[in-house]
Design a protein around this ligand. Structure first.
Ligand code: GDP
Ligand code: IMO
Ligand code: MG
Length: 425
């Protein structure tokens, strides 16, 4: 297997974790490189379901090494909770889960600020997951973040927290009229997290270099999706990290020349959680059906996901900005009962076709999707194990998605389980 980056090609929740779990069979090291506990990655193995927010989705495979890279913002309480849950269910992670020593930490003030800002924004809220992601990345770039190494340095951590809170507490009390945070208990709590996580802390860029030199295949696990990317997405209705394939290098310390392929995960339709434009959204009964059939409720917040038709404008952009070499199309089975399906093949504004997603959100709200209708297949795809097993209607639909998106199909997923995956040569 080649060193491969797996990214979401829409607005997140495309089924990346399922694809990672399947592809990890042929990889040695699986790496998360951006985002944080805003991600909700679901893996179904046998009759067990696991939802990971921080731990790479290959941890269920006992021989694989998992890395949380420097580009992630780490909530230590959430990570410890995930580790405990896995250990409680009989999966040992010690000795094969490694954390980048230079990774940023999500601190209590980040979570508090995320929630206060959203509340203050009212109807203009982004609809964040409330996990402190935005404020943590702001502080990283402002060079006032706390990193994992700092949790191993009692005196250093105390000085940093005290100095940071001097500034943050002015914001909390004077601007938001909220409670001030107290340094001492936070320092004690985070030093305790540091003590617990210390055996997992490593120079992960060095670890990855050694793996590459030993010819061990790497698999990079993206979080969120291309149109939630802070540069390329529907700004400001985006997350606060770069979610695209290029981010895998910055977020892990591996150079671009080490990567050979990029898999773009796409749902056979589209979903979005949180606010922001969504031209193919189905508000009525059909949207409700997709939500029910697809189990479209957020894996992190439980919020109902907004559902709509496949949008080829979105995926074409994803193919371009990620350099996607193959598509993994998921949840095809969710469309099995529809007599006809629609695809958005273009966007019009004031009756004129436009070439790419608008950058200005006011303009985006005026987009009219150009829809193409295809017959459905009205047959069960969930038991298909090869391309030949798929009904002709499903094959034609998938071929049309690939043609419009501009990338070949590498894999088709017809159910949440590991064995419900079809590979194309
Ligand atoms: P991620 O964030 O991209 O990893 O995706 P999520 O885990 O948030 O959401 C995907 C959901 O769809 C999960 O509940 C998966 O178990 C489920 N899933 C993944 N692939 C398929 C598929 O091909 N068919 C069906 N029906 N469900 C799938
Ligand atoms: P996975 O990895 C879907 C969305 C939020 C909100 C916006 C900003 O499971 O695909 P944030 O908390 O990141 O500041 O919220 O981004 N969002 C996701 N939507 N899947 C995700 O992750 C998401 N992570 C964040 O709903 O609209
Ligand atoms: Mg998810």
């Amino acid at each position: 297997m080649k060193n491969t980056i797996v990214v979401g090609s829409q607005w997140g929740d495309e089924g990346k974790a399922k694809v990672i779990d399947v592809l990890a069979e042929h990889a040695d090291v699986v790496i998360r490189f951006q985002g944080g506990a805003n991600a909700g990655h679901t893996v179904v193995v046998g009759d067990q379901e696991f939802v990971f927010h921080l731990i790479p989705s290959a941890i269920m495979r006992p021989t694989k090494t998992c890395v949380i890279g420097n580009g992630v913002v780490l909530d230590p309480a959430q990570l410890l909770h995930e580790i405990e849950e896995l250990e409680g269910r009989g999966f040992d992670v010690r000795g094969r889960l490694w954390l980048a020593e230079n990774m940023q930490i999500v601190m209590p003030w980040h979570v508090q600020l995320d929630k206060l800002k959203e509340k203050a924004a009212g109807k203009n809220a982004i609809g964040t997951t409330g996990r402190g992601i935005g404020p943590a990345y702001v502080d990283k770039v402002a060079r006032s973040g706390i990193r994992l190494v700092d949790l191993l340095d009692p005196e250093g951590l105390r000085l940093k927290v005290e100095s940071i809170l001097e500034e943050k507490n002015i914001l909390f009390t004077k601007v938001y009229e909220a409670e001030a945070l107290v340094a001492a208990p936070i320092v004690a709590q985070y030093l305790e997290y540091g003590r617990k996580l210390a055996p997992l802390v490593a120079n992960t860029a060095l670890l990855l270099e050694k793996a590459i030199k030993a010819g061990k295949p790497l698999l990079f696990e993206g979080a969120q999706g291309t149109i939630l990317d802070v540069d390329h997405g529907t700004y400001p209705y985006v997350t606060s990290s770069n979610t695209i394939a290029g981010s895998a290098c910055c977020g892990s310390g591996v150079g671009p020349t080490a990567i050979q392929s990029v898999i773009g995960v796409v749902k056979a339709y589209t979903t979005r959680v949180g606010n922001g434009p969504f031209p193919t959204e189905l508000d009525g009964e059909l949207g409700e059906k997709l939500r029910t059939w697809g189990g479209e409720f957020g894996a992190t917040t439980g919020r109902p996901r907004r559902c709509g038709w496949f949008d080829a404008m979105v995926v074409r952009k994803a193919v371009r900005v990620n350099g996607i070499t193959g598509l993994a199309i998921t949840k095809v089975d969710v469309l099995d009962q529809l007599p006809e399906v629609q695809i958005c093949v273009g966007y019009k504004i004031d009756g004129r076709l436009i070439e790419d997603l608008p950058v200005q959100m006011r303009e985006f709200e005026n987009v009219e999707p150009v829809l193409e209708t295809m017959p459905g297949w009205m047959a069960d795809t969930s038991k298909a194990v090869s391309w030949a097993d798929l009904p002709n209607g499903a094959k034609r639909y998938l071929e049309r998605l690939a043609e419009l998106s501009g990338a070949p199909i590498a894999m088709v997923s017809v159910g949440p389980r590991r064995d419900q995956a079809i590979f194309l040569p």
